[in-house]
Design a protein around this ligand. Structure first.
Ligand code: GLN
Length: 484
């Protein structure tokens, strides 16, 4: 079925004229019609618009135009601005807002010929790890619909795993690409901070946020990363560094590469089946010729606490703009203060309010030095741990998550438990390095995907992708599909 294809397989068929973009798009739309009632990966999608884009792609294909994603249907997390499409961040507060412009990554996708469609479900304003914090209902894991798909980009991961699109975009502030990719059994990549422009991404925590791809294999992640990356004058934190040919790095030869195994990560709280899968993956790496080196990241224990100070502080500042004046579903009040509080009281969900309150607290005078300033210092220590480790290793390997997908409702009443599900992904954002998750096995009963996390040096995506690809190609995991 066309909707099951990877980007590389589909573009090859399109180029040979064996199939049309219209057929590929229709196959995705049919799959959405068939399975999204139980998965709910999409908040909305405009089938007519997707098919119109497909017709235009078919005309270009017929004219011999060559573009890297020509005719490939790619769906988008509801946190990225797509011109004339709804933009809600899975929140009620934006009302019926539609974006007047394209995010830079969307411009790039369109310029590469992709069919950009759909609004994928997420935790409200990307705050969460299960997609249960959405104002538009929860998304379910395609492998077991009693379970969550992870979050915050749960819709993106579920849509790719359920073959409702060929690939998807998400955002990752503390794990929101890698964690759901692991729990749904697809590939998810968080680029180095500054690699991809954030222009048109609704900000959660600006010093941590990055946009990245969800794909069915590592080659597709490399292809998409190449399209998304690059300097952008509209995002001053994007870095003016040339974009490598990422797919060219996938040589299959990883002999002599040094892979660090942080001793702080293989400890308590790690599920036995997850641990066994990661141990087996490390063994596979040794067989493939990589050198495994035990390393230490001594400040790992402080990552979650540090993240929840910095991320909430930045969120409280970023979300101040949702005030009912410039945009949003306004609730009127007798004076501006009442208008703000009624609008924000009605529009934001409980987790977003919790984050704003925490963030405002840690920034307030008297507490700023004790919390925010100290967290910034610990953040530097965490980054230095990684930079030191990267003096001796080329990349780092860890589990992506401590457990496989948990049941819906299991952690939603306990924010701390929920926060701890990102324990292995958060440090990467604090350090500003790159990371990805690649499937590395399944739990047995029920059968749920397990993810292996690779962490790379700043702008070390090529080596990280090379390592992920070599592993993927020597294991069967990425070929398995959820029964839907
Ligand atoms: N789960 C983490 C949080 O709730 C990370 C979210 C993200 O990466 N956007 O903040």
């Amino acid at each position: 079925m066309l909707n099951q294809l990877t980007i590389s397989a589909l573009t090859a068929k399109l180029a040979r004229g064996e199939v049309s973009a219209r057929e590929a798009t229709q196959a995705c739309l049919d799959q959405i019609a068939r399975v999204d009632g139980k998965i709910h990966a999409f908040i909305s999608h405009d089938a007519a618009d997707a098919l119109a884009q497909a017709e235009a792609a078919d005309q270009e294909l017929a004219a011999g135009v060559q573009k890297p994603l020509l005719g490939v249907p790619i769906a988008v997390k509801d946190v990225l601005a797509v011109k004339d499409q709804p933009l809600n961040c899975a929140s009620k507060i934006l009302g019926n807002f539609t974006s007047p412009y394209d995010a830079t990554v969307i411009e790039k996708l369109k310029a590469a010929g992709a069919i950009v469609f759909g609004r994928l479900n997420m935790d409200e304003f990307a705050m969460g790890s299960s997609t249960e914090n959405s104002a538009f209902g929860t998304t379910r894991n395609p492998w077991d619909t009693d379970r969550i798909p992870g979050g915050s980009s749960g819709g993106s991961a579920a849509a790719v795993a359920a073959d409702e699109c060929i690939a998807a975009l998400g955002s990752d502030t503390g794990g929101s690409i890698r964690q759901p990719a692991a729990l749904c059994g697809c590939v998810g990549l968080k680029p180095t901070y500054g690699r991809v422009s954030r222009y048109g991404l609704v900000a959660f925590a600006s010093s941590l946020d990055q946009i990245g791809p969800f794909t069915k294999d590592v080659r597709d992640a490399a292809t998409l990363l190449g399209v998304l990356s690059g300097h952008d004058l509209r995002d001053s934190t994007s870095v003016p560094q040339p974009v490598p040919d990422y797919p060219a790095a996938l040589t299959g030869n990883i002999k002599g590469l040094k892979l660090g195994l942080p001793k702080e990560y293989m400890v308590g709280g790690l599920d036995a089946e997850v641990k066994a899968a990661v141990d087996a993956a490390v063994k596979k790496y040794a067989e493939l010729g990589a050198e495994i080196v035990e390393i230490s990241l001594p400040h790992t224990d402080y990552a979650v606490a540090t993240y929840y100070i910095i991320a909430t502080a930045e969120a409280s500042a970023n979300l101040a703009r949702f005030d009912g004046i410039r945009y949003c579903a306004r609730v009127d009040g007798a004076d501006p203060i009442e208008l703000y509080s009624k609008t924000r009281g009605a529009g934001f969900g409980p987790e977003v309010k919790r984050r704003i309150i925490l963030g405002t607290y840690v920034l307030s005078s008297g507490y700023y030095d004790a919390y925010y300033l100290r967290a910034q210092k610990v953040r530097t220590l965490i980054r230095n741990d990684f930079l030191k480790a990267f003096e001796t290793v080329d990349a780092i390997v860890t589990p992506t998550t401590p457990t496989a997908a948990f049941k819906a409702g299991e952690k939603s009443g306990d924010p701390l438990q929920m926060y701890l599900s990102d324990i292995f992904t958060i440090s990467c954002n604090l350090a500003g390095i790159c990371g990805l998750s690649v499937p590395c096995g399944f739990t047995q009963n029920p059968k749920l995907p397990i993810g292996l996390q690779l962490l790379g040096k700043p702008f070390g995506e090529e080596t990280m992708l090379k390592l992920a690809h070599a592993y993927e190609q020597s294991t069967p995991w990425h070929q398995e599909k959820a029964a839907l």
